[in-house]
Design a protein around this ligand. Structure first.
Ligand SMILES: Cc1ncc(COP(=O)(O)O)c(C=O)c1O
Length: 379
């Protein structure tokens, strides 16, 4: 008798008993900041659509143009017949914008991260990861044949201590649950000559750096491998690994998530290319975020749980999971949609509201959030 049913039931019961069960909630998304659920309206402080492009009408038009030009799906994996001029154009735009000679496209950031680590690592390699790296990176590292060690969060000295020859060091540019930025200059200096650096800039691309080129551009560091994702500031989905010519050739031959997976729809590749143009030319979106950070710091700065960041990700630390869920639910009564982030996504005792700002928010919405939080945290 297979043990699957028993195991599934036991895991679900355990998760519910811990108060950590999550729920899929269908919502209707307005302009990023408006969210509708079961007849009520909310201000959404939980999306990764940092620049407000997910609902941008010009970007929708670009996607429609892509459909008119290239049809619906790609119909095959890239090496078969799934690769089109739209994909080639997107690769070229990414390379030009970010200063790399190759871009290898994937359907998601999760796939890109797994492809990168599974594709590159062998048995005698050392993989060093920031201990707060995303699940896609940590999981791939654990399953890869390399030896994986985690260095203390943002601690380049600890990293230097662990380094040996043939090391791949992986960090996020902006940490997804904390909103802080990696010390990329120190990390790059520590690695110099000993290994390669890979930066997953899912949350920095579009938001930081000149014309939104991301965390590495902001730090003046060029890692050997840069993962950029299109599901956050780009308002779409998909991802690319940026690298040199030879590594790109290698990944497109050997990285299984590229070789054995249907290519993203060409219309989507066309839309991502349009998003790059908007991100690079519409500085006002980043300027708007800067204004909102100022409003946020001023309004929430004194509250217990507040954490200062220079990115759109603003963790508000509560501590215990049940308290965090109650706080998020109670904020819904005030028309504010926030998601409680609990272990195992964050360490035990550090459950939080992951507040995110987008260029579509208004100072009034932040003031409303501050008042609601203050009355609940202090009242
Ligand atoms: C740091 C980081 N990397 C990778 C991913 C995965 O990207 P995608 O959502 O495109 O699969 C995420 C998604 O949340 C992330 O936060």
């Amino acid at each position: 008798m297979p043990a699957f049913s028993q195991r599934i039931a036991a895991s679900l019961i355990h998760r519910r008993q811990q108060g950590l069960a999550r729920q899929l909630t269908p919502i209707v998304q307005g302009n990023t900041t408006d969210l509708h659920h079961q007849g009520s309206d909310y201000v959404n402080f939980s999306s990764n659509d940092y620049l407000g492009l997910a609902s941008d009408k010009n970007l929708s038009k670009a996607w429609q143009t892509g459909i008119d030009r290239y049809g619906n799906g790609s119909g095959a994996s890239p090496m078969v017949t799934g690769f089109s001029y739209a994909h080639r154009d997107l690769e070229d735009k990414l390379c030009q914008w970010l200063g790399y000679s190759r871009a290898v496209l994937y359907s998601s950031g999760f796939a890109a991260n797994q492809a990168m680590l599974f594709g590159l690592l062998e048995k005698n390699d050392l993989l060093l990861q920031d201990r707060l790296n995303h699940a896609s990176l940590i999981e791939a590292g654990m399953l890869s044949p390399a030896t994986m060690k985690r260095f203390r969060h943002n601690d380049a000295q600890h990293l230097a201590h662990l380094l040996s020859d043939n090391t791949l060091v992986v960090t996020e540019g902006v940490f997804s649950m904390d909103g802080d930025t990696a010390p990329l200059i120190d990390i790059a200096q520590a690695i110099e000559g000993k290994g390669w650096l890979a930066v997953d800039d899912a949350h920095g691309i579009g938001v930081l750096g000149r014309q939104g080129r991301g965390s590495c551009d902001a730090a003046g560091v060029k890692p050997q491998l840069l993962v950029v994702t299109f599901g956050k500031a780009f308002g779409l989905s998909g991802a690319a690994i940026m690298c040199d010519q030879e590594t790109g050739d290698y990944l497109s031959q050997f990285a299984r998530h590229h070789v054995y997976s249907t290519a993203m729809p060409p219309s989507q590749a066309h839309a991502v290319a349009a998003a790059i143009e908007m991100i690079a030319s519409q500085q006002w979106r980043r300027d708007k975020l800067d204004e909102l950070y100022y409003c946020y710091d001023k309004a929430l700065g004194g509250l217990q749980g507040y954490v200062h960041t220079q990115t759109p990700i603003k963790p508000f630390i509560v501590g215990q999971s049940d308290q965090t869920v109650s706080l998020a639910n109670s904020l819904k009564d005030a028309g504010l949609w926030l998601t409680a982030i609990r272990p195992p996504t964050v360490p035990q005792g550090q459950a939080r509201l992951r507040i995110t700002l987008t260029a579509n928010h208004t100072p009034q919405q932040i003031a409303k959030l501050a008042t609601a939080l203050q009355s609940r945290v202090e009242g």
